[in-house]
Design a protein around this ligand. Structure first.
Ligand code: KG4
Ligand code: ZN
Length: 358
């Protein structure tokens, strides 16, 4: 089965093509990603209207390039998948409409893919991970711990109550003048920095459960930066290293508790922890998670760097997993700015900002 996947939910215009064999084996036939970094550079963040217009300007060429790289035409496809949420609504409309148009013109089934599921299932494409597994999803918009029972079958065990982890990296970078996107910039600046120079808080760590909070941490970085001003290059490196070490500890502590719960609930002695989303590219975080998984007798699966950030391959793969189960969506399928993986989990973002205890 050959599936084209289109991704336009944020600031990457991407198209990927994957082949899924009947036994579940995967191969990547094309992976084209056009980032919009320069389009948003002047604004210090992603501007939704600019993002949507940039997707319109390049998406047909990105799709054509993916087909050319794979040596295919739309008639060779078995399905077309497009991110239909969650994300910025303008971009979602561009990608979903394009996917539907191709599916309609070539008489192929269409799959409306949840962007988060694209991240969640990537480990099955790269490593053939079997269900169930534990997922730590860390991106610019989400920070969640999920039990992955199967395709379309998720149970949220923990989430951030305020900022997402990627957002905390981005805000830290912005206040230190490191540019956008902040994650890679903070990671680079942290190299050689002293991770124990600044003692930063670990919000929620004294409370049970698997939720996260990062808003207070960002404030603490700002206060530490103001106290140390004017900042030398060493100060910036030490702040970045301290921030990164703190979030790595927070994430690893929660992951360990989640792995223990996973073991108790599933009876699987050697659990698999999958880390996914843009922040999964961070080496300090990967290293901390790897140590936790090993300590508990399990293993960490992290996608290769090229598949951590947003891409069309993960959307194509999620589409292929759904097609393998016989799923397809109507061309009238809506796009959704908000689309949680676990529809039964109550929204929590905002609780932290309002000071509500959870
Ligand atoms: O998954 P993604 O590409 O887009 C969303 O769906 O949000 O994640 C983007 C986020 C950004 O916040 C970016 O700063 C962060 O992932 N990120 C990183 C690294 N690379 C990207 N954070 C920490 N370390 C990195 N190396
Ligand atoms: Zn993403």
């Amino acid at each position: 089965m050959i599936v084209l996947g289109i991704e336009t939910s944020c600031d990457e215009t991407a198209a990927g093509i994957v082949r899924r064999d009947a036994d579940g084996k995967a191969s990547i036939l094309a992976n084209v990603v056009r980032a919009q970094i320069e389009d948003h550079a002047a604004y210090g963040g992603v501007v939704p209207e600019i993002a949507a217009r940039a997707h319109v300007a390049v998406l047909d060429r990105v799709v054509a390039e993916a087909l050319a790289r794979a040596g295919l035409t739309v008639h060779d496809l078995d399905a077309v998948a497009a991110t239909s949420g969650p994300g910025l609504i303008g971009g979602l409309l561009v990608g979903a409409m394009t996917g539907k148009a191709i599916a309609f013109a070539a008489s192929k089934p269409f799959v409306a893919v949840n962007h988060l599921e694209g991240h969640a299932l990537t480990a099955r494409l790269t490593d053939g991970v079997a269900f169930p597994y534990l997922l730590l999803l860390v991106s610019g918009g989400h920070t969640q711990i999920l039990l992955v029972r199967g395709v379309g079958d998720y149970e949220r065990w923990g989430t951030t109550i305020d900022d997402a982890l990627g957002e905390a990296f981005d805000k830290t970078a912005k206040l230190l003048g490191l540019g956008h996107p902040g994650g890679p910039a903070v990671e680079k600046a942290a190299t050689g920095g002293n991770p124990s120079r600044f003692a930063l808080p670990r919000p929620l760590m004294d409370r049970p459960g698997l939720d996260f909070s990062f808003a207070g941490l960002k404030t603490a970085v700002r206060l530490a930066a103001e106290r140390a001003a004017p900042l030398s290059e060493t100060d910036v490196a030490d702040l970045c290293a301290s921030f990164q070490a703190t979030v790595a500890t927070i994430v690893a502590t929660r992951a360990r508790a989640a792995l223990e719960r996973f073991r108790a609930e599933t009876g699987i002695a050697a659990p698999t922890l999958v880390v996914a989303g843009g922040v999964a590219a961070n080496t300090a975080i990967r290293t901390a998670l790897d140590a936790v998984a090993e300590k508990i007798g399990g293993r960490l699966v992290a996608p290769p760097l090229a598949l951590c950030g947003d891409n069309g391959v993960m959307i194509a793969w999620a589409g292929a997993e759904h097609r393998a189960l016989g799923h397809a969506d109507a061309l009238a399928a809506p796009v959704r700015a908000r689309w949680p993986l676990d529809a039964n989990a109550a929204p929590k973002v905002g609780h932290g900002r309002l000071g509500t205890k959870v």
